[in-house]
Design a protein around this ligand. Structure first.
Ligand code: ADP
Ligand code: ASP
Ligand code: MG
Length: 481
């Protein structure tokens, strides 16, 4: 069977004329080794944020920034087209199509302003415009470079439920559509170029897979086509020991296990969307994360859970941070006797559609403490107060309260399982740097330890733990077996 490669290009990778010309070079080079290539694109960098900010302002009745947004969007796409599509007819047609989406944005924002609210469905219609514009630009640029390519809307490929803003794919229906639509193109040596992030319900209403979801789109298409490899092209040299924006000395991890990457992605390493992992693992597809701006660098490869040659003894491999969280605590001596407090508390949280990234409970059962995103805090607090109104009145629960903004810091490494004393090292390092730990949780897989620190201590804690990762030739971190 001919080998299939799915390549996803992130926002920065398609974010300027310079970046797009690197993408052309990468596609040209890759074509030499791969018979069948599918390209998945994100919106140009910053565009999705801009679109969603416009919708949020419109919901507050504010449309004054809209002309500036229109101008920014036009310029971003037009400048790149001007530089990379010399064929005038193709350029004009591409720009006219992009302009239609900009007009659609204006119309949608005006409608939102009149209604005074933006439903999740409308927000998906708005957010999808970014990829729908960039796919037109990229396809035209690729064609202009003499490469045989065809644009395919992801609404023709990815079938999802109607859970707008975080839609769940119907994998079976999607696989059928992907194969039926893409195989004929691939068989004819045409590169399909499609939008990441977007899907559609069976009725054809546009959905999105969640922020950063283009990585997931690539994995879903890879699984459907039984691809050999999925390559995620981004703006850094693969998965690194930490976010290089916080610690510029961060180093690339050449290999990362499924377990590690799942924890890293879940706990804030934005470089890979957490949902990407499951389809590739299930379908046995190779996953590589690589740098559009440094394509000869091998980047990071995902591997199964075997020990990592040369890295054995490194208990800690990477550190991540998720910001803008609140710690919510439910406290009361009477809680000891109240049945099902935890179930009811998390039921109340779930009713607000908020997910809980971290839970700690003291064994005394006199308090439950968990983290939630700050943006959902007010709504979660209200839901908890309602759910426990009787217990609060009876004084079985004394207090439901939350902290200011905090961050969850997570250290990850499969080697941690076999090495005693890692947690001790982590906490003394934080103590040495005077980062105050507010709460702790360890995943049952023992691949990660998470700590909650104040917003001010976030970068300090990440730097301190990164230092520990880099220094780990320490004899205390040699494996015990
Ligand atoms: P793309 O637009 O290509 O999808 P993202 O911005 O979503 O790119 O993800 C890449 C960014 O992830 C990097 O620029 C980097 O700042 C951030 N990042 C966070 N943690 C890590 C990490 N451990 N390794 C590499 N990058 C990381
Ligand atoms: N453009 C979308 C976002 O910014 C999806 C992605 O880039 O993966 O969230
Ligand atoms: Mg991303």
């Amino acid at each position: 069977m001919q080998k299939t490669l799915v390549m996803k290009f992130g926002g920065t990778s398609v974010g300027s004329a310079d970046a797009l010309s690197k993408v052309i070079q990468i596609i040209t080079d890759t074509k030499k080794d791969w018979e069948r290539i599918v390209v998945v694109t994100s919106a140009m960098a910053g565009v999705t944020n801009l679109l969603l900010d416009s919708a949020a302002s419109a919901a507050r009745g504010k449309l004054d920034a809209l002309p500036a947004t229109e101008a920014t969007l036009r310029e971003k796409h037009f400048v790149a087209a001007q530089q990379l599509i010399p064929d005038e007819a193709l350029r004009k047609q591409t720009l006219a199509e992009i302009d239609e989406f900009i007009v659609t944005l204006v119309d949608l924002c005006k409608a939102i302003a009149i209604l005074g609210e933006a439903s999740p469905r409308v927000l998906d219609a708005v957010a999808s415009l970014g990829e729908r514009m960039s796919v037109r630009l990229l396809t035209a640029v690729v064609k202009n470079a003499g490469i045989s390519a065809q644009r395919v809307e992801a609404t023709e490929l990815i079938v999802t439920n109607a859970n707008y803003q975080s839609a769940h794919p119907d994998f079976k229906a999607t696989a059928e559509k992907v194969k039926a639509r893409l195989n004929p193109l691939l068989g004819a040596q045409i590169i399909p170029i499609t939008t990441g992030f977007i899907g559609a319900t069976p009725e054809g209403s546009i959905t999105t897979l969640g922020r950063g979801g283009s990585d997931y789109s690539a994995a879903i298409i890879g699984q459907a086509l039984q691809a050999h490899d999925v390559w995620i092209w981004t703006d850094v040299d693969g998965i690194m020991t930490t976010d290089p924006r916080i610690v510029p000395e961060a180093q690339t991890l050449p290999e990362v296990t499924y377990h590690e990457v799942a924890e890293l992605a879940y706990y804030g390493a934005k470089v890979l969307h957490p949902k990407t992992i499951r389809p590739v693992v299930e379908a046995g597809i190779g996953l590589r994360i690589c740098n559009t701006f440094n394509p000869s660098h091998p980047g990071t490869r995902l591997i199964a859970n075997s020990p990592i040659a040369g890295d054995i003894g490194k208990a800690l491999r990477a550190v991540t941070a998720i910001r803008k969280q609140r710690l919510m605590t439910i406290e009361g001596r009477g809680m000891l006797g109240v049945p099902g407090v935890a179930a009811r508390a998390f039921g109340a949280v779930a009713s607000t559609k908020t997910s809980v990234p971290l839970i700690t409970q003291a064994s005394s059962e006199q308090s439950i403490c968990f983290a939630i995103p700050s943006e959902s805090a007010a709504c979660v607090l209200a839901a908890l107060q309602e759910a426990f109104a009787n217990e609060i009145a009876d004084e079985d629960i004394d207090h439901i309260w939350m902290t200011e903004d905090v961050s969850i810091i997570t250290v990850v490494g499969v080697g941690m399982r076999h090495i005693p004393g890692v947690a001790g090292q982590v906490f003394s390092q934080l103590g040495k740097h005077q980062a105050n730990v507010l709460a702790i949780a360890q995943g049952s897989s023992e691949v990660s330890i998470s700590m909650v620190v104040t917003a001010e201590d976030t970068d300090l804690a990440v730097r301190a733990l990164h230092e520990l990762i880099i220094q780990q030739s320490s004899p205390n971190l040699i494996p015990s077996s």
